[in-house]
Design a binder for this molecule. Sequence first.
Ligand code: PLP
Length: 461
Amino acid sequence: MSSPRLLPPSGRPVFGRSERRDRAVRAAVRADLLAPDETPLAAFLDLTGIAETVAALRSAWPPEIAVEHTFAAKANSLVPVLRVMLGHGLGCEVASPGELAQALAAGFTPQHLVLDSPAKTRPELEAALAAGVAVNVDNYQELARVDALMDGAGSSSRIGLRINPQVGLGSIAAMSTAGSDSKFGFALSDPGARKDIISAFLARPWLRWLHVHVGSQGCPLELSVAGVAAVVELAAEIDALAGGSRIEGIDIGGGLPVNFADDRDDPSFADQVAALHAGAPGLLTGRYLLVTEFGRSLLAKNGFMASRVEYTKSSGGRAIALTHVGVQVAARTVFLPESWPLRVLAYDAKGLPHPVGKGATVTQDIAGPCCFAGDLVARARDLPPLAPGDLVVVPDTGAYYFSTPFHYNSLPQPAVHAFEVDAAGDVHFTVLSRQETVADIVARTLGETTALSATAPGDAR
Ligand SMILES: *Cc1c(COP(=O)(O)O)cnc(C)c1O
């Protein structure tokens, strides 16, 4: 299941991404995966697309460079999804005890894990260093904790400092990590900061990695390349002062942005490597071991959500389609629609694309199921007139959407289906995760039911 089984002998998929999506929607309706009453919302991951994307990542990097590509678990931490990424030979970047446990459950070995959480507790650090998980340290107080652990048990882990190169913000402030006052990492250009970082390395022979992650989405390539270049320059300076090759490797993080406007991968991994060649050539000399931590760029475009239209109505001249895709699976888009616009595609009740350009379109809002007025995945979209039972498909949601649910209104987490399209065009589904039941929701929220009595306070019993 981890690698595509059904490719033709040429090894190249016969169908492109949008064709595979159309076939999957049609097949999902036939297979009753979008049953109007029982499972009106479901999520889908295109395994062929994932294989193509990972192949594009690998082939973008010069073969003579030693690079370990890891998948950033927060982008989609469903354990079966992590297992797919493991099957493609990736490592895994984790940022919490939960993500670490999910990665281990998926089968990753500690040697292929990188721990980057900003607020690591002592036990978290101790466990990571004992297991040999690579650790990127965020600040001086954390470094003091690592010192204590290294003086005690020592560790085989690769240990690095996360550097904030302070190169500036991208277009989405909340997703930018390298502003001058970002919460992440060791600031590099504050007064005296560079000298302190270098001293920290010189005092610790086991400190041999540098880490940088300039931001996620909204950061242009030049900005992230500038951040990498600053760290490469720092590495050379530390090496020179340590009198040898002290810096073993550089972890350049993730953050390649995703194009939400159409089906192209733009920018591509190859675009990024070309930009690194131009802007940070010292990275690609073969001198350093390299690690990457891509999340959204590996999965976003290989996943979509589909929902039945439950009702349609008009209110104050505004056409509204009430669907099941809302804030519970699209929190960023609903709360910050300008920063996170998503496409919406219209399909009929049988799962066939509504023909575009045939018949008039209607300007419609696509509303979700939650009880607040702003629960809209799209506003004022020109779409074929939708009717109850039709389907809306929201592409580019393989990362940070259905896998990061928001429990508003106690809506269930939708089922997640992986699919492959064979050379004959037939679609094969595998359930990665079933839809939560109401019993699951109650179990998740049951708490300590015996903690308080059901009687009013002060009642004599
Ligand atoms: C979120 C994150 C990533 C992945 O970012 P993407 O934009 O999904 O590629 C990688 N490294 C770190 C440290 C992160 O916080």
